[in-house]
Design a protein around this ligand. Structure first.
Ligand code: PXP
Length: 240
C-alpha cells in the first residue's frame, strides 16, 4: 500500500483575518497548533514581501511553538533566503511572487529563471532544508526542477480547480514524470472537499498543501472538523 498522503495546512488566511483589525486575534500559531492536534501533518506559511498576512514573528513562533514540520513558502530573494537560513524550517517552497496578485497565480518558471533560482536552491539545501519548487504541471518545468537539484516539486492545481476534466490528465502525466526523475511530488492550490479526491488518487502524490478552503470552511464547521473531513477525503481517495 502507498504511504499516507501528508496534509499540510496553510494558515496564511488566519493571519489575513487577524491583520484586518491590527490586533492579535485570531492567532495563526494557535490555529496551527489546533490544526496539528486535529490531524494536520505539517504547517505551511507564506512570508510575502509585503507581509500582507504572515509576519516574521509568526514564522519564528511557528518554528518554536509548533512541533510539526514547517514549510515556509517564499520568493527566491536575498531577503527571504536570509530569513530561511536563520529560521531553518523543515522545508522551503519557492514560489513566484508579484505584489499586485491576490494569490500565487502560476508556477515558477524554473527553466527560464535558473540563474536566480539555482543559488537559492543550493543555499537552502546546504542548510539541510528540503527544497520544493512550485510549478505548473509542465514537462519542461519538471525536467528543469530535477536538473536544478530540488528534492520536491509542488504541482500547481489552480488550473485543475478551474477545469477538472481537462487538467487532471496533465497532472497525472506531470506526477509520473516527476516521480520517474526522482522528485517527491506534492500538489496544492484551490483544493476543496469536492476536487481533492482525483489529485489524492494520483499514486506519486505524497503531500497536499491546502489553505483557503480549509480556513473558510472552518467558519462554518470549526477547524478540527474541517481538517478531519479533508483527511478522510484524502485517505479514501488514496485507498487508506
Ligand atoms: N501551495 C502553494 C505553493 C501556495 O502558494 C498556496 C496558496 O498560498 C497553496 C498551496 C494553498 O492554496 P489554497 O490556499 O488555494 O488552498
Amino acid at each position: 500500500m502507498r504511504p499516507a498522503i501528508r496534509l499540510g495546512v496553510n494558515i496564511d488566511h488566519v493571519a489575513t483575518v487577524r491583520n484586518a483589525r491590527g490586533g492579535q486575534h485570531p492567532d495563526p500559531v494557535a490555529a496551527a497548533l489546533l490544526a496539528v492536534q486535529s490531524g494536520a501533518d505539517g504547517i505551511t506559511a507564506h512570508l510575502r514581501e509585503d507581509r500582507r498576512h504572515i509576519r516574521d514573528t509568526d514564522l519564528e513562533r511557528l518554528r518554536s511553538e509548533v512541533g510539526a514540520p514547517l514549510n515556509m513558502e517564499m520568493a527566491a530573494t536575498q531577503e527571504m533566503l536570509a530569513i530561511a537560513q536563520n529560521l531553518r524550517p523543515h522545508a522551503c517552497c519557492l514560489v513566484p511572487e508579484r505584489r499586485e496578485e491576490l494569490t500565487t497565480e502560476g508556477g515558477l518558471d524554473v527553466a527560464g529563471q535558473s540563474i536566480v533560482l539555482t543559488p537559492t536552491v543550493h543555499a537552502l539545501k546546504e542548510q539541510g532544508i528540503r527544497v520544493s519548487l512550485f510549478i505548473d504541471p509542465d514537462p519542461t518545468q519538471i525536467a528543469a526542477a530535477a536538473a536544478m537539484g530540488a528534492q520536491v516539486v509542488e504541482l500547481h492545481t489552480g488550473a485543475y480547480a478551474q477545469d477538472r476534466v481537462g487538467e487532471l490528465e496533465r497532472l497525472r502525466r506531470a506526477a509520473s514524470q516527476a516521480a520517474s526523475l526522482g522528485l517527491e511530488v506534492h500538489a496544492g492550490h484551490g483544493l476543496t472537499y469536492d476536487n481533492v479526491g482525483p489529485v489524492a488518487a494520483l499514486a506519486p502524490v505524497r503531500e497536499l498543501n491546502i489553505g483557503h478552503f480549509l480556513i473558510g470552511q472552518a467558519i462554518f464547521d470549526g477547524l478540527p472538523t474541517v481538517i478531519q473531513t479533508m483527511r478522510a477525503h484524502i485517505d479514501k481517495a488514496a485507498g487508506h
